[in-house]
Design a protein around this ligand. Structure first.
Ligand code: BGC
Length: 751
């Protein structure tokens, strides 16, 4: 028992021995262990005992805010239409636990006033929102930020987002999205951290810590919600919402760990995913929500459905009607229903008819109330609702500066032949060409509820700060674009995906640069002018022709409020690129799902030419065009002197050292990566798995030793009995600049 648990118990003890016993066995205690370890006031149990069935179901009913049309409605399929006044009436009757994607502190103030002054039990409302990559200050899309390979950056942007959001009355964010995404056709990979387990785990934990700051009760904290549980990124063919059929081993190896990391970091809530898992929708999957989440992991927090996820059990062919859907989702373990209204409508009757035990209803209500206590809402329901504070905290200069820093740290330089970059700050005529050169659109990226392109800075605006006479052409007319290129010394070509090409329900069958823009790139390349491609994208793309062969190629994603300035910082060498691909860029759409940590097959094609009867496509080797982990800097990094502390790993960690030297002419930051391969195992293992990475910043000519430590635990995998294990034997390792670069290779034996 830790100190805080003891304090809770003593508190409970004072309320009577029976209460103490009840407390120590209660799910609420587990909830507080995971949340903030604040004592649950005895008044909560008293409250539950006074609640009607409708009021109980009301605590489990979350709706999109209806104020001013409701931002949420525009982001989701139109739900149960309800007006703000209708929602206020529901609040008064105790039929609503809170709303999401609302519209700021004034709306929250009016609703909360209704709840705490005019409802019978005065239970405070909860305000949730999709704060995925910032509120009004928009940070890079999460996939871009993962490219920084810098969890601390993610912690800082999540903190800043929470400071803004909490001042707008928001208590709870539906983030981080921690779904591993290995199929680039899926549009929602943009909301997560890419294909790798380690990177996703570290980013998940960092974001949770950032959102929750010093603790859930802090007025500037927002509670995190790990989503979407689980394997939502594994939908067949990358089609959004599609069926998932992966093995339990793959769940445990790949899809579970980022959730476990989020919970270990203190995430008190989790959202069930839309997909089914081998025929059982996640929203009604008691193996997932009870056997694994509650029993195996001891998760005491709150499970919320996704938007109408319970109602969708009908379309899945799993529930026969709304009543059945509510019963199935609730009994499987979904505590709170988002947007369908089904819990409010049916749970009271289901309990009365004995189809749902009252104890299960009380348990879910207790979790919600405990969550509200942990958020400090019973102490002060208005702690995050203050219109004056809201105004002061929106888009302050330091938060915008952080967005710019995060943007520059998210840009991945894939190629820079003949050092086209950085661009000279004077003496050359620059033409910015392409749909994303200016015009102030497609800057903030998918899944941002509150930010606007209008408040973001585009490329041409930022570039002209440094080179005022830069010309710009939107590329819509090829002849005109070519003329603009001819009149310049260097072309910066801003092409790629618009922001509605990734995000929810935006799966693509071909992950390529749109045809008109490919044609534009070919025309520009044909002028013979040196050109830099800036690639706007929310996913890995299969690049070809003049884009793949561009002398300089930068992946610029969607960087948010400071998109243009962040790109300009890299273009002009104010900041050296340091980001790495968090997803493999394959050679062709047909390779997808392609990820670096694949298994070898019995017939791998050795590096080099394609051999008959080997695992490759007729037309391509099964490797990446640009590998996971790849990214160049303005320095020139040389890897040397791999040294292992031992030839064997037993109970003391193995220390791995290497020297990195910057032989280039500019200071730069290198992301040095450690990969391993378990050569022979009772379950075949991936060709490489990332085990650690570190950033080193080196001035020209400087060298530095990097050190990694590998422990036995780092070598574990999920065995045939579905438990983590390690097996003695040979391992290979690489200290390398990407998942498919040779780097420095070594071997050791686990004894
Ligand atoms: C998405 C969730 C989101 C919810 C509320 C759903 O469509 O899948 O990620 O949190 O809407 O906006």
């Amino acid at each position: 028992m830790n100190g805080q648990d003891r304090r809770i118990s003593r508190r409970a003890w004072l309320a009577g021995a029976g209460a103490a016993l009840a407390w120590s066995a209660s799910p609420a205690r587990a909830l507080f262990a995971i949340m903030d370890a604040r004592p649950l006031p005895a008044s909560v149990e008293a409250l539950i005992s006074q609640m009607t069935l409708v009021e109980k179901a009301g605590q489990l009913n979350l709706l999109a805010a209806a104020w001013a049309g409701g931002a949420a409605i525009s982001l989701n399929p139109a739900g149960a239409a309800s007006s703000f006044d209708a929602q206020l009436r529901m609040v008064r009757r105790g039929e609503l636990t809170g709303v999401f994607n609302g519209n700021g502190a004034e709306m929250a103030r009016r609703m909360q006033t209704e709840a705490v002054h005019r409802s019978r039990l005065k239970i405070p409302l909860l305000f949730a929102a999709d704060v995925i990559h910032g509120l009004r200050t928009v940070f890079p899309v999460p996939l871009a930020e993962a490219a920084s390979f810098d969890p601390d950056l993610a912690r800082r942007t999540a903190r800043a987002a929470a400071v803004e959001a909490s001042a707008s009355g928001i208590d709870w964010t539906f983030a981080p999205m921690v779904d591993i995404a290995r199929d680039a056709r899926w549009g929602r990979g943009v909301e997560g951290s890419g294909e790798d387990v380690l990177l996703s785990r570290l980013m998940a934990a960092a974001r949770v810590e950032g959102f929750q700051g010093s603790g859930l009760a802090a007025p500037d904290a927002v509670a995190a919600c790990a989503k979407h549980f689980v394997a939502y990124g594994a939908g067949e063919a990358g089609l959004d919402y599609n069926s998932v059929d992966v093995s339990e081993r793959t769940l445990r190896d790949i899809y579970f760990p980022p959730f476990q990391a989020a919970f270990a970091a203190g995430a008190p809530t989790v959202m069930a995913s839309f997909n089914d898992l081998s025929g059982i929708p996640a929203t009604a999957n008691s193996w997932l929500l009870d056997t694994i989440l509650r029993k195996e992991w001891g998760f005491g927090g709150l499970v919320v459905s996704d938007y109408t996820g319970d109602e969708e059990l009908i379309a899945h062919g799993f529930a026969k009607d709304g009543r059945d859907a509510a019963r199935l989702a609730f009994l499987a373990g979904v505590d709170m229903s988002m947007q369908s209204g089904l819990y409010l409508k049916y749970l009271p009757d289901l309990v009365e008819k004995g189809e749902v035990p009252l104890a299960r209803l009380d348990e879910a209500v207790r979790r919600v109330l405990a969550f509200k206590v942990a958020l400090g809402l019973f102490d002060d329901p208005f702690r995050r609702i203050d219109p004056a504070r809201e105004k002061a905290r929106l888009r302050p200069p330091e938060t915008l500066a952080l967005a710019r820093e995060a943007g520059a740290r998210s840009i991945v330089m894939l190629r820079n032949e003949g050092e086209v970059l950085p661009l000279p700050r004077s003496g050359k005529r620059i033409a910015l060409i392409g749909p994303f050169a200016g015009g102030g659109h497609d800057l903030i990226g998918p899944w941002n509820v509150y930010g606007t392109d209008r408040e973001a800075v585009d490329l041409v605006t930022a570039v002209r700060e440094t080179v005022p006479d830069t010309t710009m052409d939107d590329g819509s007319n090829l002849a005109r674009a070519v003329a603009a290129a001819r009149a310049a010394d260097i072309v910066v070509l801003a092409i790629g995906e618009t922001q509605n090409m990734s995000g929810e329900a935006q799966s693509r069958t071909e992950i390529v640069v749109p045809a008109e823009q490919q044609a534009l790139a070919e025309a520009i390349a044909a002028t013979g002018k040196p050109y830099v491609v800036l690639l706007r994208t929310g996913r890995a793309l299969a690049l070809s022709g003049a884009v793949a062969k561009a002398p300089a190629l930068l992946v610029t994603w969607f960087l948010g409020s400071q998109d243009g300035p962040a790109i300009a910082d890299i273009l002009f060498g104010i900041v050296s690129p340091s980001a790495r691909l968090p997803v493999s860029f394959p050679r062709a759409s047909g390779q997808v799902p392609y990820y670096y940590a694949h298994r070898n097959t019995g017939r791998p094609n050795p590096p080099g030419t394609l051999q008959p009867y080997k695992a490759h496509f007729r037309d391509y080797p099964n490797s990446a065009l640009f590998a996971f982990g790849h990214g160049l800097t303005y320095g020139n990094m040389v890897y040397s002197d791999l040294r292992l502390s031992s030839k064997t790993l037993a109970d003391t960690p193995l220390t791995i050292r290497a020297t990195i030297t910057n032989t280039g002419r500019m200071t730069a930051t290198e992301v040095v990566q450690l990969y391993i391969h378990d050569v022979v195992a009772s379950v075949t293992q991936p060709v490489r798995v990332l085990k650690a990475f570190t950033r080193v910043t080196l001035a020209p000519g400087a060298r530095q030793e990097v050190t990694f430590a590998l422990t036995r635990a780092d070598l574990s995998f999920i065995d045939r009995g579905l438990a983590p294990t390690t097996e003695p034997g040979a391992f290979r390792l690489w200290v390398a600049p990407s998942a498919e670069a040779e780097g420095l290779a070594g071997t050791f034996t686990l004894t």
